[in-house]
Design a protein around this ligand. Structure first.
Ligand SMILES: Cc1ncc(COP(=O)(O)O)c(C=O)c1O
Length: 362
């Protein structure tokens, strides 16, 4: 069986966790601070606040930026649900714009039409989906023109670049996930990065019950802290991240070079974007996606369908009466198929994946 994802945990991570266990300081402490400093330095960001997940990082970032009831946040209908859920948690209203068919990221032209149609939109929450940066030239121009707050969901984009600059550092806040399937993991975990000291301070309060001085609670907050055990894993993983990303990119290059099937479109990466290839997502045309998925299953090759439904059509959002019909997102959700791309793939795994797809009879 070739799994769709595989956390890369080595002896260093195990040793680091044992050290924390031996120290007796299990909850958030010095190791979390070190991880935050190192992650900020890696991204070239001024502040990093570790959180318990990517989802809580997003929620905290939105709240720290003052997003709440009555505010509208423009986002993508084609992502993991957490990007929209975080908006809903704050009491704000998500507004959706269509994606680009090639990159699966928000289409800047559609963003512009949505912003022109509704001047009350206060913030933009973009997702660098599957590891590919959104078109940050266009996004930043819109942010400036419409005076928007910008939150980057980088849950899938650790180390990804736009014109050489790491994503997560363009907006008012960048939010990361360290879930085990991500390019680096802490088990569960997340982080907000920002270059704004006030935003950082607000995030720090929010993840820790609004408490700057012990048992003095300045605002209502949460327990969204990361543990020292998780941070110890994260510190080891961060040292390996560039290597992991490089291995993913080599696997991606191999697939793109060797996949050759009339019904399969390889991922399209904008030349200005350097993808960490969190996912290698092909499009399977002519309604053949599920048949190909079945074949992969039979051959013991894992795959992912990210995502089978758009966010606005999810059952849990029925009450919101979102627009549920999306031309491109609806088309793409029927076509996408993500292949194993993780660093543990062997030469033989890669060959088997390519041969299985190339021999797929339509
Ligand atoms: C695009 C996106 N946003 C947010 C999240 C939420 O991260 P987490 O699972 O760590 O809460 C994820 C992770 O699955 C994601 O893929």
């Amino acid at each position: 069986m070739i799994p769709i994802a595989k956390p890369m945990i080595g002896a260093e991570e195990k040793e680091a966790v044992f050290q924390v266990l031996d120290s007796g300081m299990l909850a958030s402490g010095e190791i979390v601070r070190q991880f935050e400093n190192e992650f900020a330095a890696y991204l070239n960001a001024e502040h990093c606040i570790a959180a318990s997940s990517g989802t809580t990082a997003l929620e905290v970032a939105l709240r720290a930026l003052g997003i709440g009831p009555g505010d509208k946040v423009l986002t993508t209908p084609f992502s993991f649900i957490a990007s929209t859920n975080s908006i809903i948690y704050t009491g704000a209203t998500p507004v959706f714009a269509e994606i680009d068919e090639q990159t699966f990221n928000l289409d800047p032209d559609k963003l512009e039409s949505a912003l022109a149609a509704d001047p009350s939109i206060k913030a933009l929450l973009i997702v660098h989906l599957f590891g590919q940066a959104c078109d940050m030239d266009r996004v930043m121009a819109l942010v400036k023109k419409y005076k928007l707050l910008l939150i980057e969901d980088c849950a899938q984009a650790h180390g990804s670049l736009w014109k050489g600059r790491k994503v997560g550092t363009f907006g008012d806040a960048g939010c990361f996930s360290f879930y085990p399937t991500k390019n680096m993991t802490t088990g569960e975990g997340g982080a907000v990065v920002t270059n704004n000291a006030e935003t950082a301070e607000a995030c720090r309060l929010l993840i820790n019950h609004g408490m700057a001085v012990r048992y003095h609670h300045d605002r209502i907050g949460y327990n969204y802290r990361l543990t020292n055990m998780a941070a110890a894993i994260g510190r080891c993983q961060l040292k390996k991240l560039d290597g992991f990303n490089q291995a993913r990119r080599e696997n991606a290059a191999y697939f793109t070079e060797h996949l050759n099937h009339s019904n399969v479109i390889a991922p399209v990466i904008n030349p200005d974007a350097w993808s960490n290839f969190h996912q290698y997502t092909i499009r399977v045309l002519n309604g053949k996606r599920d048949a190909l998925a079945d074949l992969l299953s039979k051959k013991g090759i894992g795959y992912g369908i990210f995502y089978p439904l758009t966010i606005p059509e999810q059952k849990c959002f029925e009450q919101f009466n979102f627009q549920t019909s999306w031309g491109i997102s609806d088309k793409v959700k029927e076509q996408v198929l993500s292949l194993p791309i993780h660093p543990a793939l062997s030469e033989a795994d890669r060959r088997e994946i390519v041969e299985t797809i190339n021999q797929f009879e339509i």
